[in-house]
Design a protein around this ligand. Structure first.
Ligand code: HEC
Ligand code: HEC
Ligand code: HEC
Ligand code: HEC
Ligand code: HEC
Length: 786
């Protein structure tokens, strides 16, 4: 009885358990799960103990990194053992055991790498870490593919070609050739020709058979054998081709797998050097110790977008700043680094330059473009001392080589801060929005102690801005606990996650996000608002408008006291400012009243002409006051020198002649003068600052010589108007007042021409001026009597 060979009992070598898959599979899964969940548990433990303070997360990611590298290392033993004889003799375990370890530890290494990667919140920029992980992933996948081919291909080989020994096949082909040569030896040329044609496949075998049928018996016999051999040879050649294909399939993965190993090893080295800051040290340039906002934006995406919308992000790139600094330094080189110290603390300290751009055409954002950037406010151990903005010793702590450093932030509770390897978080002086606002004081007071007596006197020193002092001195004591802070008003809070993605396994809590646009009144007037999308630019304008509309309320009261005159009083109350209204750059900002009157039927009623001393009479050219036909026009202040009243020692940049000026004009813009450098008693209004005392003057309203002092927080200023109503007897007249705001004026921008960055001039910039109506009020109608 014959037996099917497939059913014959096979001789089996006893397999050691480590040569089987299941122990490795179990160990692999246990290890992988252990690494992943161990990592998450460690992270949670860190969060509940030290929060985000300390370097725990950095230690964790480093440990997971080391585990990954060790696991990758163990997989090399298989390759080494396979290829080096001494290892084959000295390493225990069979080849099969090492192959299993290679496969399963390789898989665990991939999981450990994943654990290592997700300890840090996911970011979307390309990093050496991501690249290394990607190569490891492809390497593992190529290993799996190779393995699958090894499991599948040999069975097909057995079925289709029997064996893979190409040399055996070639040997038999050679034998056949020799046998054919022997058969043909001593036969006629026709036979030789037929053999040659058969081998070359030049003629169909049947044709050849027919031709050979006419030969002698010996030849015919030999020819039949030749035909058999030729058939066999053909089959062998086809087999050889397929053997070659199978061979390529089995060995081809080696060509993917092995070079990837070399790439991976290289990348691991690069990655380690990178995270420990070698790249930054070598190629980081001047700003290497101070991360730019883009580094934060990978995680704090929303906050960085807000900041880009705000003006502190262009404190060193605004064309007005560039031009004014250049002009101020040309006129007064003594300013040195004062201007840039405050507008670009990091770049100024690193370059020592005095004008903008600080570092020529450098593209390093932290040095040349970012102005008041993230680390200026957050890499601070304590609130910076008063005036440190101007003096250039703003105490920013440099980052470490392997992290973004220690960053101050408001307290995080419920849950505590999520630990990140990128930086440490501590609360420091940022305990609440009021103490955080101490920080603003370093820059939002612009003063220079000219006589160096350690005091600031408005007649002896240069005092340009006092916003923070106004808040502290005039507003805080008045409102006490109900007082708002700079942060409350200028960075109003919303709720949301602080980062786009969290680390693996940790839920992102909703936190308070302060609007880092630090909404104010300024915006970028550069044509095309570079760096901001149209939507973001529109949003910036909208936020500015919303803020300005909270600042003040208006009230208009009209009554008739005299025949032919309607008196109106406009009251402006500073309700929404934690400081003077206006404050800050108030010698450039324009906040003024537009006041008009009309009858019930809509006819304009004009303000009365002014009778000044010496019989001087000033008409009201536009009927009302403060009227601008377009946002690109200038207001019409009366020529103070020609008028000869208050401020007659101040020559305005663009005074209107007395026969075409606005004597009722109520404009809070202060006057920036040259400080009378030659001492001739005349102050010129100029578009630049000087190192002289008392260069900023208050405007004075022509009609009643009322100084245009800013309105302190919570206080009210009143302004009187009189309309000529001789011809409106019996009619109802109402008076309307609008408080208008424009952050720059056309004449101021024109004064900076020649100093703007290349290719830019005031014409283009003026086009981007938009006024805002901050408040509006209308009086009760008054019926005019005679
Ligand atoms: C890899 C992601 C990542 C990067 C990059 C990053 N942060 Fe953070 N940051 C976080 C996480 C996560 C938190 C904690 C969030 C939480 O607990 O809700 C945090 C918290 C903070 C806090 C504390 C918030 C608070 O309320 O106390 C500050 C401040 C901060 N980051 C500033 C920065 C700055 C500045 C940069 C750039 C120099 C930066 N971060 C870069 C992930 C990152
Ligand atoms: C002008 C200073 C200033 C700049 C510039 C600044 N921040 Fe802040 N940031 C603050 C203050 C102040 C707070 C704390 C608010 C408070 O008092 O609660 C804060 C809070 C934060 C918080 C905690 C969440 C929140 O909004 O309260 C994060 C995160 C943060 N900042 C990240 C950044 C990043 C990233 C940048 C760069 C784009 C940046 N900051 C730029 C002043 C600044
Ligand atoms: C109660 C809300 C409130 C508080 C508190 C507050 N501000 Fe303001 N701030 C405003 C409003 C409203 C405006 C717009 C009207 C104006 O220009 O005065 C403004 C305007 C400004 C301007 C632009 C002024 C200009 O016209 O150029 C600056 C700068 C400024 N604030 C800084 C600060 C600083 C710094 C603090 C803290 C010391 C602070 N603010 C506190 C509401 C506030
Ligand atoms: C390192 C100096 C510095 C610090 C610190 C600083 N600022 Fe500023 N801030 C500036 C400069 C410079 C500008 C003008 C930028 C510009 O308009 O180009 C400015 C502009 C502003 C504006 C916009 C003014 C406008 O006219 O629109 C607001 C609002 C503001 N800062 C609020 C704050 C608050 C609130 C803080 C504290 C949390 C603060 N700043 C801290 C330097 C600083
Ligand atoms: C102590 C800090 C400090 C110093 C020093 C300083 N500034 Fe400013 N500067 C500010 C702040 C704060 C604002 C925002 C005030 C506002 O908008 O009301 C500002 C606003 C400006 C603006 C209007 C904003 C813009 O970019 O269009 C210009 C221009 C400017 N400063 C130029 C200068 C020049 C020129 C000097 C040197 C003579 C100087 N600054 C010195 C803090 C400073």
């Amino acid at each position: 009885m014959s037996r099917d060979p497939a059913n014959l009992p096979r001789a089996r070598r006893h397999r050691h358990p480590l040569e089987r898959a299941w122990p490795w599979a179990i160990a692999g899964v246990v290890l992988a799960v252990g690494v992943l969940f161990g990592g998450i548990a460690w992270l949670k433990h860190l969060q509940s103990t030290e929060g985000a303070e300390g370097t725990g997360a950095f230690t964790l990611i480093t440990v997971l990194g080391i585990v990954t590298v060790l696991l990758i290392g163990t997989t090399f033993f298989y390759t080494l053992r396979k290829r080096t004889r001494p290892l084959q003799e000295h390493l225990p375990g069979s080849m099969m055991t090492w192959l299993k370890s290679h496969i399963y530890l390789g898989f665990v290494a991939l999981v450990a790498a994943l654990g290592h990667a997700v300890t840090r919140p996911l970011t979307t920029n390309l990093t050496t870490g991501k690249l290394t992980f990607l190569v490891l992933l492809v390497l593992v996948l190529s290993g799996i593919a190779w393995r699958i081919v090894y499991l599948v291909v040999p069975a097909r080989v057995a079925r289709e070609v029997g064996h893979l020994s190409l040399s055996d096949t070639n040997e038999r082909v050679e034998e056949i050739r020799v046998e054919m040569d022997k058969l043909a030896a001593g036969r006629g040329p026709a036979f030789h020709q037929a053999v040659a044609d058969r081998l070359a496949g030049r003629r169909p075998p049947a044709d050849l058979d027919r031709e050979m049928a006419s030969q002698d018996v010996g030849d015919q016999e030999a020819w039949r054998r030749i035909q058999e051999l030729a058939g066999e040879r053909q089959r062998l050649l086809a087999t050889a081709a397929r053997q070659r294909r199978f061979g390529r399939l089995l060995q081809g993965w080696k060509l993917v797998h092995l070079p990837l190993v070399a790439v991976l090893l290289g990348l691991i080295v690069v990655h380690i050097l990178d995270v420990f800051g070698v790249g930054r040290t070598l190629f980081g340039g001047q700003g290497k110790d101070f991360p730019a906002s883009a580094a934060c934006g990978n995680c704090h995406t929303e906050i960085v977008e807000q900041w880009h919308r705000g003006v502190m992000s262009h404190a060193q790139t605004s064309p007005v700043m560039i031009a004014q600094t250049a002009l101020a330094l040309q006129k007064n080189p003594g300013f040195g680094q004062v201007c840039v110290n405050c507008h670009a603390p990091i770049g100024a300290a690193l370059t020592g330059a005095t004008t903008l751009p600080l570092a020529g055409d450098s593209t390093d954002p932290i040095v040349n473009t970012e102005g008041v950037t993230c680390v200026v406010c957050h890499a601070l151990e304590r609130a910076p001392p008063k005036l440190s903005g101007a003096s250039g010793d703003f105490p920013i702590v440099p980052a470490d080589r392997s992290s973004l450093g220690r960053l101050a932030g408001p307290p995080l509770e419920d849950p505590p801060g999520i630990p990140v390897p990128d930086h440490e978080i501590f609360t420091g002086f940022m305990t609440d929005s009021r103490s955080s606002s101490e920080l603003c004081g370093a820059c939002h007071v612009v003063k220079v102690d000219l006589n160096e007596d350690g005091r600031f006197d408005k007649d002896e020193d240069l005092i340009l801005q006092t916003t923070f002092e106004e808040w502290k001195r005039d507003y805080l004591p008045k409102l006490g606990d109900a007082a708002l802070s700079c942060v409350d008003c200028h960075a109003p809070p919303s709720q949301g996650p602080l980062v786009r993605f969290g680390p693996g396994g940790i839920a992102l809590p909703n936190r308070t996000i302060h609007n880092h646009a630090f909404v104010g009144v300024d915006y970028d007037i550069t044509p095309g608002h570079p760096g901001l999308s149209d939507e973001d630019f529109a949003l910036a304008l909208e936020e500015r408008e919303d803020l300005l509309r909270t600042a003040a309320t208006l009230e208009v009261n009209a009554r008739q006291q005299f025949v032919g005159l309607l008196n109106a009083t406009v009251r402006i109350r500073n309700v929404g400012n934690g400081h003077d209204l206006p404050t800050g750059f108030a010698f450039v900002r324009q906040m003024w009243l537009e006041v008009t009157a009309k009858t019930a039927s809509g006819d304009a009623v004009c303000l009365a002409p002014i009778e000044a001393e010496g019989g001087l009479r000033i008409e009201t050219p536009d009927c009302g006051s403060g009227i601008l036909e377009s946002d690109q026009d200038d207001l019409k202040p009366c020529d103070t020198v020609a008028l000869g009243l208050a401020n007659s020692d101040i020559r305005l940049t663009k005074p209107s002649p007395l026969d075409d000026c606005d004597p009722w004009l109520t404009n809070f813009q202060k006057i920036l003068t040259d400080g009378d450098p030659d001492g001739d008693g005349e102050f010129l209004e100029v578009p630049y600052q000087s190192l002289l005392p008392a260069i900023v003057k208050l405007a004075v309203r022509v009609v009643d010589q009322q100084p245009m002092a800013p309105i302190k927080a919570g206080e009210v200023s009143r302004f009187d108007y009189a309309f000529a109503v001789e011809e409106e007897v019996g009619e109802d007249v109402t008076v309307e007042a609008v408080l208008r705001f424009r952050h720059l004026s056309p004449y101021f921008l024109r004064g900076l021409d020649g100093f703007f960055p290349e290719g830019m001039d005031s014409n283009a910039l003026v086009e981007n001026l938009f006024t805002v109506d901050m408040a509006r009020a209308t009086s009760e109608p008054v019926t005019i009597q005679d």
